[in-house]
Design a protein around this ligand. Structure first.
Ligand code: GDP
Ligand code: GDP
Ligand code: MG
Length: 337
């Protein structure tokens, strides 16, 4: 056979093989609930999954720590590194000021002090999902496209791992395909969905979802909401109504999770007022942490909003929701220093 033909066949086979592997990798993420060991692996590789933030912050910090003296320029370089990771000027300044006050003698001590200050800023807070009602009510709010629906599916899979069965309420009746998307995810995870016609009253869908979860003996009802911001006052009224209606049915809302997209950084924080004003936010989920060098936003968000970050999203797959653990996070950030 002509050698050119052989080469072409070899190239086609290689491309098909690589393509197959890529597809297999992608599909792996969106299959049925992951095993416990898959979740453990997800937690263990946090430093890898925060690759971009870790590399960007790490290289800046390494440059600072390579200096021989712990002097003004050293601290300026640290502060710039923290700001570069999107911790925000007030937060970065507060951390560096506190670290300086401890007067570390050398770079080794400075690293310890910096670690301690980052941890102190994040604080020791309850980062689990509150579940006092039966079923517990979890509302998920946030701007369009931040990852609410995806996070809900991941959360339902996670709760299942912990032995709690969820029912999902599709109270995003604004986006035409929103309930279809939620259903697709729910089918993958194997949980029930209560939805309504597009344009239906979101609060009534939330109420129906609560009643269905109660009568079917589910442990948690997770309410997906619309995130459009073009009519803030409508959105606020709608969220308040959903909140009021489920509160009336259940006695209280156990969690209001605000989902934020880490790639929008500080801009995303500004958008959150509308949600904190409308409904009391009890926890934050920062998504897309895998795709940004600005993962320091976690620290700024928690300090500025005063609400604990409970989970971080590190990919599009069902097992890509990681419990936020401050020590693990700070150590991942400082891994290369
Ligand atoms: P509860 O305190 O009775 O609600 O039980 P949980 O299982 O919710 O939480 C027990 C402890 O585990 C909490 O004090 C948290 O520190 C920790 N924990 C639970 N859930 C999470 C989570 O999602 N993220 C983190 N980082 N810690 C959690
Ligand atoms: P919603 O409009 O807030 O409900 O957002 P969706 O759940 O529809 O998500 C919007 C897009 O963000 C989808 O393409 C998701 O796959 C993607 N997404 C959600 N969370 C993450 C994450 O943690 N990492 C990455 N890379 N993508 C995510
Ligand atoms: Mg959605």
């Amino acid at each position: 056979m002509d050698p050119t033909v052989l080469i072409i066949i070899a190239v086609v086979l290689a491309v098909a093989l690589v393509g197959g592997l890529v597809v297999a990798r992608r599909n792996r993420g969106i299959q049925a609930p992951p095993s416990r060991s898959a979740l453990v692996t997800a937690d263990r590789t946090l430093a890898e999954r925060l690759g971009k933030t870790r590399q960007a912050l790490g290289s800046r910090l390494r440059a600072a720590f390579a200096r021989s003296a712990v002097d003004d320029e050293f601290w300026d370089a640290i502060e710039e590194a923290l700001i570069g990771a999107d911790m925000g000027v007030p937060t970065a300044t507060a951390i560096v000021t506190a670290a300086r006050r401890a007067a570390p003698a050398d770079a080794g001590e400075a690293r310890q002090v910096l670690r301690a200050e980052l941890l102190a800023t994040l604080g020791d807070r309850h980062r689990g999902i509150h579940r006092s009602n039966d079923p517990a009510v979890v509302m998920v709010v946030g701007v369009n496209g931040v990852g609410k629906t995806t996070t809900i599916a991941k959360l339902a899979a996670r709760l299942r791992e912990e032995g709690a069965e969820s029912l999902l309420g599709a109270a995003d009746t604004f986006r035409a395909a929103a309930d279809t998307q939620l259903r697709t995810w729910a089918d993958r995870v194997g949980v029930d969905v209560v939805a309504a016609e597009p344009g239906a009253d979101p609060a009534s869908v939330a109420f129906d979802a609560y009643q269905a979860a109660k009568s079917r003996g589910k442990d948690v009802v997770i309410i997906d909401t619309a995130g459009r911001l073009h009519s803030k006052s409508n959105l606020m009224a709608e969220l308040k109504k959903i909140n009021r209606v489920v509160e009336g049915a259940a006695g209280s809302v156990d969690e209001v999770l605000l989902v934020l997209d880490a790639t929008t950084g500080q801009n995303g924080v500004a958008q959150t007022e509308v949600f904190t004003d409308a409904v009391g936010v009890t926890g934050i989920v920062l998504t897309k942490m895998d795709g940004t060098a600005k993962g320091g936003i976690v620290v700024a968000v928690e300090r500025e909003l005063g609400v604990p970050v409970k989970f971080i999203g590190v990919g599009e797959g069902i097992d890509d929701l990681v419990r936020f653990d401050p020590a693990e996070f700070v150590d991942a950030l400082l891994a290369d220093v």
